[in-house]
Design a protein. Structure first.
Length: 176
């Protein structure tokens, strides 16, 4: 199955319509007053299920994919238009859990290459170009080289590397 075929609901609709036709034919066969053998009607129902179940599955997946795309577009619009926000604010706005919200933020930052960084002390994401205060942005620990994500350190702040326990002081870092 190709990715393009996955995006189109047509094959799911076709399978469901074929299933509906089989059900109608099975019903017509079953209501024949002279018919005492219902094997033809039963066979029609089996064929209907063989077409209907995959069709319904494809339609359900298509609708879920559309909902996810609409949510991501709304979410990306919010991320692009706000200079600063917390995960809790975003979760309330999008009616999602904070865990779901944070994972979607990471995904969209990566996919859309958004210029956002996290300030651990305030627990806020900031647009890098909107920060007025002097700051340093760290992605790796200067001590061990461990990945610490896109962290913002404002003047006078410190963070501790989760890998080597080195305390990183913003005032001791070289300028950006």
């Amino acid at each position: 199955m190709t990715e393009e075929n996955e995006k189109q609901p047509g094959s799911g609709i076709g399978l469901c319509l074929t299933s509906a036709i089989c059900i109608v034919l099975a019903a017509i066969t079953a209501i024949d007053p002279g018919e005492k053998d219902f094997s033809a009607a039963f066979g029609g129902l089996i064929v209907a299920a063989c077409f209907g179940l995959p069709g319904a599955w494809k339609l359900t997946r298509h609708r879920a994919r559309q909902r996810q795309q609409r949510l991501q577009a709304r979410f990306a619009g919010y991320l692009k238009t706000h200079d600063s926000f917390t995960v809790a604010e975003m979760a309330r706005k999008m009616a999602m859990s904070e865990f779901e919200t944070e994972s979607l933020i990471f995904k969209l930052i990566d996919e859309l290459e958004l210029e956002l960084a996290f300030h651990r002390k305030s627990r806020r994401y900031h647009r890098r170009g909107a920060l007025q205060e002097p700051h340093h942005q760290l992605t790796i620990c200067p001590g061990c080289g461990g990945a610490i994500g896109a962290q913002i350190l404002l003047a006078g702040e410190t963070i501790t590397c989760q890998y080597c326990d080195k305390t990183i002081v913003a005032d001791e870092l070289p300028g950006d």
